[in-house]
Write a protein that binds this ligand. Structure first.
Ligand code: MOS
Length: 706
């Protein structure tokens, strides 16, 4: 064996970079498939209804059309666990944009043309599509997402809040957001000897393959999903979405492979979005800003199809100290598409409210907002008393303060001018849970001295493939050039999804275990020689995770601090984020190049959330008004000026064999609050309802000119 390679911790560019920039990398609808047909969905034009009749005659008469599927003739599905995936089975319409028919044709153009010719008669029913804090349908779900308790209470919140010297009590609102990955949700489905082969754009095919097997009543091994390259997901591809189910149904119906790629506009109603939130945050503190009572009550929405309860108020549960605390979640089931995971679900919108409220408390107490957060740093988890595996929020705040030049900040509000601009700075904390999910990996030694490592990871643009290659090389103790990594194929075996910032911890754990086992087996070989047919091991981390859950008492989070400098034009109210700095403590960094890219990507999404993104729904027709990238703006290069991410060294032995915490989502936690807090410092206007828009600042800005 050669000496350990030391690949982990060194900057590496993406292994598949060349394939991607030369167009050789294949995405879900780019694999050449013989006799492939094309599907196009027909969406409901009403919100809530019973379908009376589907008239497909004209559509079927269109040259090239092979079939029109609708609830009366579509192949039957066999698993109703997820009502969103029980497609074309029933005559009910539950939201505007629901798929009510599917046209399959020889060409994409014929399918699209014919989809416009399908006539659907509805009996419409009244609908409710707008979330309010007084919605009569509000209820307490049994649990919220990621398995968290719906409500928590420690001490006596009411008494603690009432008797506090300084009280902050405000309602914060975030609108609906749409994920909008570059590659739309898309699939090519192919039935071969009773087996389903699908090229599908998703964030993790293991669970999707299991799900498809159930939907089509197949044996668990009868589905294979390939997702070698995926053009982004942000949560929206975290589980089975409609394209792969519809393509498989259509392929069965016409007995040919079928392709279905959603359009940008389809994505707004068909793949999930982030629920709007209404959040009341109450903070009661002493005059020095030490919090005695913390309350966070979050309201969000789901559809009538599925209970999706975003964990908005969980962020504060472990973040800051306070002896008296209460958090609640309430949900209303509206006649809307089902919300889904998106960019740090829960933590992201929840931290906007809490990190804004902390800024308001800092001002009310006359304490610097960085210092206020340091004063309220808990020694142990304030809800359950468990020790933190590592908690370096304070170190992030201090390092950020130094790098950003925070100490020169004058706390006076609305008075800093640079020519026509009002300038301000803001800060926010960040945290994101560090977890891992069970995965399997294989490692194989070949007689020529090379190694093959396989794990059903998904690289959604993060650099996962590259990072796993680095991890495998070190775990095998060989030069990376001798190691090949295969990912993105459900036949590789069960592995966790690329979600929850858990990819590297989950897959890396299995890879380390498999490679370690292979080394043991090689050492046991006579002369350490690889046998002619190679040597191969498969390892699974299910038991390791169960053992950790039982024996390891820690609360595990990554931490960060976000600093923003904004300027606001006094006449137009135009807002620019001139500088954004994030400092993180996220355990071990496997690849500084891709880590930095993940972090500044998250921060960019945070700026986008602060200033631009807003899903607007018209209650009259119950659907999104802005449903393309022209009218739903996502921060682009021109919106971002100076942006930088740093991290502090952190060695946490209580996580996983790699000591990684995950960096996919923490960049968007608290970021929008840092911007909104900076806007307040610049203008004196507190924006509690995102996005911060120029029309919300104009009156105050012009007053400041006088
Ligand atoms: Mo992420 S929203 O956990 O894919």
């Amino acid at each position: 064996m050669t000496a350990p390679a030391g690949a982990v911790g060194t900057p590496r560019t993406r292994l598949e970079g060349r394939e991607k920039v030369t167009g050789a990398a294949r995405y879900a609808v780019e694999y050449p498939v013989d006799r492939v047909a094309y599907a196009w969905p027909v969406q409901s034009t009403v919100v809530r209804a019973q379908i009376n009749r589907v008239d497909a005659d004209t559509a079927l008469a269109t040259p090239g059309v092979l079939s029109v599927l609708w609830y009366a003739n579509a192949p039957r599905l066999h698993d109703e666990t997820d009502h969103d995936l029980f497609l074309l089975q029933r005559p009910e319409v539950r939201f505007r944009g629901q798929v009510v028919a599917l046209v399959v044709a020889e060409t994409l153009e014929a399918a699209r043309e014919a989809a416009g010719l399908v006539r659907v008669d509805y009996d419409t029913l009244p609908h409710s599509t707008v979330l309010t804090e007084r919605h009569p349908g509000l209820y307490k779900p049994e649990r919220v997402n990621a398995g968290y308790p719906t409500d928590t209470a420690i001490g006596d919140f009411d008494a603690g809040f009432e008797s506090a010297e300084v009280r902050v009590d405000h309602v914060y609102r975030t609108p609906a957001y749409h994920n909008n990955p570059m590659e739309p949700h898309a699939a090519t489905a192919h039935w071969l000897d009773g087996r389903l082969l699908a090229y599908d754009s998703n964030q993790g095919s293991s669970r999707i393959a299991q799900n498809l097997a159930k939907l089509f009543a197949l044996s668990p091994g009868a589905v294979r999903i390939i997702n070698e390259h995926v053009g982004g997901g942000f949560g929206s591809k975290g589980y089975t979405r409609c394209p792969v189910v519809l393509a498989a149904m259509a392929a069965r119906q016409v007995d040919r492979p079928v392709r279905l790629a959603l359009t940008r506009q389809h994505l707004f109603s068909l793949v999930g979005y982030r629920t709007p939130t209404i959040q009341r945050v109450r903070l009661g503190a002493d005059a020095d800003g030490r919090i005695a009572a913390f309350g966070h009550d979050a309201i969000s929405q789901s559809s009538t199809l599925t209970e999706f309860a975003e964990q908005t108020a969980t962020y504060g549960r472990s973040m800051y100290a306070a002896p008296h605390r209460r958090t609640t979640h309430r949900l209303a089931r509206l006649d809307v598409p089902t919300p889904f995971w998106m960019r740090a679900p829960g933590e992201c919108p929840g931290s906007f409210a809490l990190e804004s409220a902390l800024d308001e408390l800092a001002l009310a107490c006359g304490v610097d907002p960085v210092e206020l957060r340091i004063r309220n740093d808990p020694g142990a988890d304030p809800e359950d008393g468990r020790p933190y595996s590592t908690r370096n929020l304070v170190a992030c705040l201090r390092e950020g303060t130094r790098r950003f030049g925070w100490s020169e900040r004058n706390p006076a509000v609305g008075v800093h001018r640079q020519g026509r601009w009002l300038v301000g700075t803001g800060v926010a904390g960040a945290s994101y849970p560090s977890r891992a999910g069970a995965s399997t990996a294989t490692a194989q030694a070949n007689p020529d001295g090379s190694y093959d490592v396989g794990v059903n990871a998904t690289d959604i643009g993060t650099g996962a493939r590259t990072v796993l290659w680095q991890i495998a090389s070190d775990a095998l103790g060989v030069a990376p050039e001798r190691v090949r990594v295969r990912i993105g194929d459900s036949d590789l075996g069960m592995a966790f999804v690329a979600g929850g910032s858990m990819g590297t911890s989950s897959w890396g754990w299995a890879v380390v275990k498999a490679c370690g086992k292979l080394r043991d087996r090689l050492r046991a070989q006579p002369d350490g020689r690889v046998p002619d047919g190679g040597l191969r091991v498969r390892e699974d981390t299910t038991d390791d995770l169960a053992a950790q859950a039982e024996q390891n008492p820690y609360t595990r989070y990554a931490y960060g601090a976000h600093f923003a400098e904004v300027r606001v034009d006094m006449d137009s109210g135009e807002i620019r984020v001139g500088r954004m700095l994030g400092v993180y403590a996220a355990g071990r960094v496997v690849n500084p190049t891709t880590t930095r890219s993940q972090l500044i990507g998250g921060m960019t999404m945070g700026i986008s959330m602060a200033l631009h993104e807003e899903g607007l729904l018209d209650s009259r027709f119950g659907d999104w008004v802005n449903h393309d990238l022209a009218s739903y703006h996502i921060a682009a290069n021109a919106d971002i000026e100076s942006i930088d991410a740093h991290w502090i060294d952190e060695d946490d032995p209580h996580l996983n064999p790699l000591g990684v915490k995950g960096v996919g989502e923490i960049g968007i936690v608290g970021t929008a609050a840092a911007v909104a807090n900076a806007v307040h410092h610049a203008t004196g206007v507190r924006i509690r309802e995102l996005p911060v828009r120029l029309d919300k600042l104009l009156v105050e800005c012009s007053a400041r000119q006088a």
